[in-house]
Design a protein around this ligand. Structure first.
Ligand code: THU
Length: 145
């Protein structure tokens, strides 16, 4: 694993601690690496009305896009229930896949991790945007926007 991705995983591990998830008790951290080297972070933020809850991945993209970032290399994700000793590998939900797709090319990397609660990386899996959402819908392709 390249050093830049190991660093990204550590950022996702750290921001996971900020998750606001009193309803599911499932905490997620995501760190998004831009082509220019900058990193934006997100955690899941839940809501008592459930529907308005937002995943860590989308929070990271919102942070980046509002800072005028448009070119992305990879996102690292750390998921796990509150209080677990080991955080098993989780993959982005369907809504996040479509959300990320808006800004990512086919080679964008999604880095999923298995970690200990101390932050040791036990396992990882990297899939591309094309692999996690094949034949994706892109309005841009039709409208030449
Ligand atoms: N969640 C994420 O933040 N990212 C994922 O990839 C999967 C799910 C959040 C949504 C909700 O707050 C909690 O995890 C349980 O689904």
């Amino acid at each position: 694993m390249e050093e830049k991705y190991l660093r990204l995983i550590n950022k996702a591990f750290e921001i996971r601690k900020m998750a606001y998830s009193p309803y599911s008790n499932f905490k997620v951290g995501a760190a998004l690496l831009c082509e220019n080297g900058k990193i934006y972070e997100g955690c899941n933020i839940e809501n008592g009305a459930y529907g308005p809850s937002i995943c860590a991945e989308r929070v990271a993209f919102v942070e980046a896009v509002k800072n005028d970032e448009r070119d992305f290399d990879a996102i690292a994700i750390v998921t796990g229930p509150k209080g677990a000793d080991v955080y098993d590998m989780g993959s982005p939900c369907g809504v996040c896949r479509q959300f990320m797709s808006e800004f990512c090319d086919d080679n964008f990397k999604v880095i999923m991790t298995k970690m200990t609660k101390e932050g040791e990386l036990l396992d990882s899996k990297i899939l591309t945007m094309d692999e996690i959402l094949p034949d994706r819908f892109k309005l841009k392709d039709f409208n030449r926007l």
